[in-house]
Design a protein around this ligand. Structure first.
Ligand code: ZN
Length: 506
């Protein structure tokens, strides 16, 4: 017996060699967002010559958090354990990056690695304005593909605006018959006097919106629809002028230029509340999301100051400031949605005039609204224009860089990456920061190719801040991880990312 043991050991080692081939060449894997931990070791997994993916063994492990996953390639198989189907899906996104870079390096074997990963924030959002410019259902689905690749799990769908109402509402057919088309569009930058003379429109049927919701769910992305109130309402008022302070005879129009317009819903007309509730009833029927976004931003109050109906309501309610009318409308709608088991999110202006503590605030005018809201005890999604407005320029010298016309600003990849979500907050207040989001407003973005160029690679920075804010690396390393881990996938999928975005490396 004594002499047989070493022989058996040698034979079993030989068997291991035969079944697995030579050990994997160690590769320094580059992954965005940066996983919580990566340990190398073991044999790795051969990528079959005739397949893009090795076989995946994917068990649910209820001991893990809902979005936590463990990716293990140490023993000849790709295994992903996850706390839910979503967690396993995020693990697969990591696997895509690993395979892409191994193949790029001409490798046929995934190195042995144990990756343990989970997100810091449960809300990781990306917004797309489909009103200033309209994007088809297929383009919206591609946007969902893009964000899911970056482990972004919320698609905030901006559906109503001054320049176009995009959601079919059966109770109010004129919203899309009239409100989805503008007569023409401004040419060039704001302030230009030139228009293109061409009607522009488009909308989503309810079946199409349901199709998008299902597609997103299959990618573990929740769709949050946004219905703007009380401002950004020109398209709705062009359809139903009786809902505006200027009344049924006023020729409201779907706007043809950009900006903030005085035409808002009449807060003093009870029909306005009826309209908003009926619209939201249909929206809730289409979108199962816990949150419904009710806008609330950029609503001038001059019309309310002059409107007899609005002034009568103020008197009746004992309001002394028009801001309280905004608060009244928002809280009325919030109660209506709460009865349906939904919660509201609004832009940080909903804080004006007072807001209930159950409202979630989206801080867009920098981080200060979010900081104030967190200190008041409201939940907050940080989406500061200083760091996550992807309609801003990515280079300092757009003309030299070849960047197309944008709304303005300067928001390079480096700056997105530097955002501190917990600035100025104590431990209790930090708990109110529920997530991070980037916004893509499309006044100056007319094609989906251009959307991609504004989103990529900045979505990678959003992903890191939202998934692993405490596990970010030096900026140059982050860029290296994008170039190695993500660009091969962007290329393979034909994503039109901004090549000039990396110009800022110092
Ligand atoms: Zn009014």
């Amino acid at each position: 017996m004594k002499n047989i043991l070493p022989f058996l050991l040698a034979a079993s080692l030989l068997a291991l060699f035969v079944s697995c081939g030579e050990p994997a060449t160690p590769v320094d894997l580059k992954i965005v967002p940066n996983p919580v931990s990566v340990e190398y070791g073991g044999w790795g997994v051969k990528i079959p010559a005739d397949a893009t993916m090795p076989r995946l063994y994917a068990p649910i492990d209820k001991k893990l958090a809902p979005e936590e996953y463990i990716l293990d390639t140490r023993r000849g198989k790709v295994k992903i354990r996850g706390g839910s189907d979503a967690a396993i899906f995020w693990g697969q996104q990591t696997l895509l990056q690993i395979i892409a870079q191994v193949k790029k390096q001409d490798g046929k074997r995934i190195p042995g690695v144990l990756i343990h990963d989970k997100p810091a924030f449960s809300y990781r959002g990306a917004h797309l304005d489909c009103c200033r410019h309209f994007f088809t259902v297929d383009e919206v689905k591609e946007f969902i593909d893009m964000i899911a690749l970056h482990k972004i799990n919320v698609f905030h769908w901006h559906l109503t605006e001054d320049q176009g109402w995009r959601a079919e509402i059966k109770a109010y057919p004129r919203l899309t018959e009239v409100g989805s088309v503008r007569a023409e569009t401004l040419v060039g930058h704001y302030g230009s006097k030139e228009y293109d003379g061409t009607p522009y429109g488009g909308f989503y049927t309810q079946d199409e919106m349901r199709d998008v919701v299902a597609y997103a769910a299959a990618h573990h992305v929740t769709v949050i629809p946004e219905i703007e109130m009380p401002g950004h309402a020109s398209a709705a008022l062009a359809s139903y002028p009786e809902l505006g302070c200027r009344g049924a005879d006023y020729p409201y129009k779907v706007q043809t230029t950009w900006g903030v317009f005085p035409e808002v819903f009449c807060a003093g007309n009870p029909e306005t509340v009826t309209f908003l509730e009926k619209v939201l009833e249909e929206i809730c029927d289409i979108f199962p999301s816990e949150y419904i976004h009710i806008g609330g931003d950029e609503a001038p109050r001059e019309e309310w100051e002059k409107c007899p109906k609005c002034q009568a309501l103020m008197k009746e309610k004992g309001f002394t400031r028009e801001a309280e009318l905004q608060s009244y409308l928002i809280t009325t709608v919030e109660k209506y949605l709460a009865d349906k088991g939904r919660k509201i999110i609004g832009w940080d202006e909903i804080l004006d005039g007072g807001v209930s503590q159950s409202a979630t605030v989206m801080s867009w005018r920098g981080a200060k609204g979010g900081i104030a809201a967190a200190k008041m005890g409201n939940d907050v999604i940080m989406t500061p224009n200083s760091h996550f407005y992807f309609d801003y320029y990515q280079t300092k010298d757009p003309a030299d860089s070849g960047e197309p016309l944008a709304i303005g600003g300067y928001l390079p990849l480096r700056k997105c990456y530097s955002f501190d979500p917990f600035d100025q907050l104590n431990e209790n207040e930090k708990a109110h920061i529920k997530g991070i989001q980037a916004n893509i407003w499309t006044e100056y973005i007319a094609t989906f190719d251009h959307v991609q160029q504004m989103a990529l690679p900045r979505l990678a920075a959003l992903a890191e801040v939202a998934w692993c804010p405490d596990n970010r690396t030096e900026y140059d390393d982050f860029v290296d991880r994008i170039v190695t881990g993500l660009l091969p996938i962007y290329d393979a999928r034909g994503y039109n990312y901004a090549p000039y975005a990396f110009k800022d490396i110092e």
